[in-house]
Write a protein that binds this ligand. Structure first.
Ligand SMILES: [Zn+2]
Length: 191
């Protein structure tokens, strides 16, 4: 039983660029909260902590709106890995973020190619996020990043199951949520 529990706990989190994309999408728990990007300051802190932006930049409410729109567009394209379809609005949002950040192909001193934004601030940070998504989509493990099949959850999880057929973020979590919701409803009805 312990082995199964460990497998379940481990299933959710990816590493590298896929992990970064996943972490960004999961800055909100749509179903139960909290929203980590609740104001410009928390967005600023998150982007700096994940090395997408230098510290000391100005972050406005409009930046916050843009960042959340990009996050939800990323969630949308992940949905295509779990049987959903990519929506034109999500595609347009990602293309706009790439354009606004002025992403350019750059070759580092190490000889490796990467996409880097010319824009600074949140626009640049969103460009780095799009670049991470670009790199993630080119990797073999991209298709294992999926959205939870619960329409009210839509948590991004990394499917480590043996046959890659998981549909829920974790059976335990989503199952428990359903149970908790039923309990709350019953308590409300009773009281
Ligand atoms: Zn879920």
């Amino acid at each position: 039983m312990v082995i199964i529990d460990l497998e379940m706990a481990d299933r959710e989190t990816a590493t590298g660029v896929v992990g970064l994309v996943q972490a960004y999408v999961n800055t909100v728990d749509i179903q139960d909260g909290p929203e980590q990007l609740s104001d410009p300051n928390t967005l600023n802190a998150w982007l700096v902590a994940h090395e997408l932006m230098e510290s000391g930049q100005t972050v406005t409410e409009a930046d916050l709106k843009h960042a959340i729109a990009v996050r939800e567009a990323v969630r949308g394209v992940i949905g295509a890995n779990s049987g959903g379809r990519a929506y034109p609005l999500d595609i347009a949002t990602l293309n706009e973020a790439a354009t606004a950040s002025r992403l350019r192909a750059r070759f580092g001193a190490d000889g490796k190619a990467r996409l880097e934004p010319e824009a600074g601030g949140v626009a640049g940070a969103m460009g780095r996020m799009v670049a991470a998504l670009f790199a993630a989509m080119g990797g073999e493990d991209w298709s294992l990043l999926k959205l939870c099949g619960s329409p009210t959850c839509r948590w991004a999880f990394y499917d480590r199951s043996r046959n890659h057929s998981s549909r829920w973020c974790t059976m335990a979590t989503c199952g428990n949520r359903k149970k908790a919701k039923r309990f709350r409803e019953r308590a409300k009805a009773g009281g």
